[in-house]
Design a protein around this ligand. Structure first.
Ligand code: MG
Length: 500
């Protein structure tokens, strides 16, 4: 009867003061979690993940393993919400578990984050999982090379992790196991210190899983140990199946973007778990003939013989399609999406671009708002100035008139009253003065100015009806006459000003 022979190791390394990695070795189950977060919150996140997956240990269904990852995600999120000291914590997780599906024994591989699962089969090592990291997204988009990714300053930026969002999409694959299959789960502490060729060499030495796990971790430690290093080595034993091409027995499974751990409200899992790509489909398990990184292990670098089943993706190969988020549900509702039609979504990159775009929009909006405020203040100042004071000038009838306000730019003062004097009858000096216009602080001054205008036909001063103005006209009647050129209300203007 098939079983998994599992060994593990985890080391704090040469630099870190604490080990935020955690591993789980159970019956038919191996897990690595690489926690992150200040003040040892990462330890809490990875430990919570191990606890959640321990709760599904012994289960033989893929759905339960995915549910365990969802439960971990929920537990971490809720704990971080409840405790400010733990806010922002998260963790990667990768899982290898023995499951039964359609009456067959299969090895389930799950991943969230940038811890990795490798498979050594038939002398070739391949990376089964895809990193959820910014640099991996950039590599997939062709924006940087795999070599540049190794030294990229944002190498540690994850695009997916547990504890970050209320829901997490879990990458999942199924491998029909064969005797001789050896899987490795590891945190990035291993892959940052040892290249794939060296890892493959150690895996291929054939030591027992626990010895191999310790050797790998110890070598990473000796190479610098700049991060915590965790390794879980899983050997497939007594499968009853001989070696077979990996491409024919490895396939991706969609998982739902809903919380399977929410038993009460969760969907029936069989309606949302489905095979995304069958073996042999383009993109189901990479392309035949790849020069897998582990080729060095069998002493035939780059042999890439399709017949040996070296058909599983490595970081240098074209992307294996991924469906993320709600599109999974939509895809399943329509009977599945052809694997080749789906592009890998560079989540973090898209989010970063969106954030930059949002910031640019806010800056533009703020700039426009500032301009509007300045313009409004200027218009207000002009309008305020235009309404102040009194003005004596010529109106459109050719008469002297009293206006309220002051001409400013395009704003004309409002005519209040038309005087009897025609501008043309004024002395040349007063004609020039009236046509130029005069501004006064108060109405009485303006009225005085009108009263003192002289005409060429008479040398007497004009008269106003303002009680404060001395008149020289002998007739006290208020009605204006030619001999008594007082001010007449202008019919088209509003209420008569005080003093009339
Ligand atoms: Mg790490």
């Amino acid at each position: 009867m098939i079983r998994l022979d599992i060994g593990s190791a985890t080391l704090v390394g040469q630099v870190r003061s604490a080990n935020e990695d955690a591993v789980l070795v159970g019956e038919g189950l191996g897990v690595v979690a690489d926690g992150m977060g200040g003040h040892r919150a990462g330890e809490v996140a990875s430990a919570d993940t191990i606890e959640a997956l321990r709760s599904v240990e012994g289960s033989r269904t893929l759905e339960d393993l995915v549910r365990g990852v969802h439960l971990a995600n929920r537990n971490i999120s809720e704990r971080a919400d409840a405790d400010p000291a733990l806010r922002g914590m998260g963790t990667t997780v990768c899982v290898v578990g023995l499951v039964r599906r359609d009456g067959l024994d299969e090895v389930a591989v799950l991943n969230v984050g940038d811890s990795r699962v490798y498979l050594l089969a038939d002398g070739v090592m391949r990376q089964l999982t895809e990193d959820h990291s910014l640099v991996e997204s950039l590599v997939r988009e062709g924006r940087i090379s795999s070599e540049e990714a190794q030294s990229h300053p944002q190498k540690n930026v994850l695009t997916r992790a547990l504890g970050v969002e209320p829901l997490v999409v879990v990458d999942a694959w199924l491998l029909r196991p064969c005797d001789g299959d050896r899987l490795l789960l590891c945190s990035d502490g291993l892959t940052n210190e040892l290249d794939d060729a060296r890892i493959a060499e150690i895996l291929a030495e054939g030591q027992p899983p626990d010895v191999t796990a310790r050797r790998l971790a110890a070598e990473a430690d000796a190479a610098g140990g700049r991060d915590n290093t965790s390794t879980v080595v899983v050997d497939v034993v007594d499968s009853g199946a001989g070696p077979a091409p990996v491409g024919d027995r490895f396939r991706r499974i969609t998982t739902p973007a809903v919380d399977l751990s929410d038993i009460e409200h969760g969907p029936r899992t069989e309606t949302v778990m489905a095979v995304l790509a069958e073996p042999g489909d383009p993109g189901a398990a990479g392309q035949a003939g790849d020069a897998a990184p582990g080729d060095a292990a069998d002493g035939q670098p780059g042999d890439g013989d399709p017949a040996d089943g070296a058909t599983v993706p490595s970081p240098d190969l074209p992307a294996t399609p991924v469906i993320e988020g709600d599109s999974e549900i939509a895809a399943l509702a329509t009977g599945g999406v052809p694997a080749g039609d789906v592009e890998q979504v560079a989540v973090a990159h898209a989010e970063a671009d969106a954030a930059v775009a949002r910031a640019a929009r806010w800056r533009t909006a703020a700039f426009l708002l500032a301009i509007l405020v300045v313009v409004a203040l200027a218009v207000g100042a002009i309008a305020f100035t235009a309404r102040r004071g009194w003005y004596v000038g010529a109106n459109s009838n050719g008469h002297v008139a009293l206006f309220k306000g002051t001409p400013v730019l395009w704003l004309d003062p409002a005519e209040v009253r038309q005087a009897d004097q025609r501008v043309a009858d004024l002395s040349p000096a007063d004609q020039a003065t009236v046509r130029r216009g005069s501004t006064f602080a108060d109405e009485a001054e303006a009225q005085n100015r009108i009263a003192n205008l002289t005409t060429t036909s008479t040398t007497s001063s004009t008269t106003t009806t303002t009680s404060t103005t001395t008149t020289t006209a002998p007739v006290p009647t208020p009605a204006p006459t030619p001999a008594n050129p007082g001010l007449l209300p202008t019919p088209t203007v509003g209420p008569t000003a005080p003093g009339q």
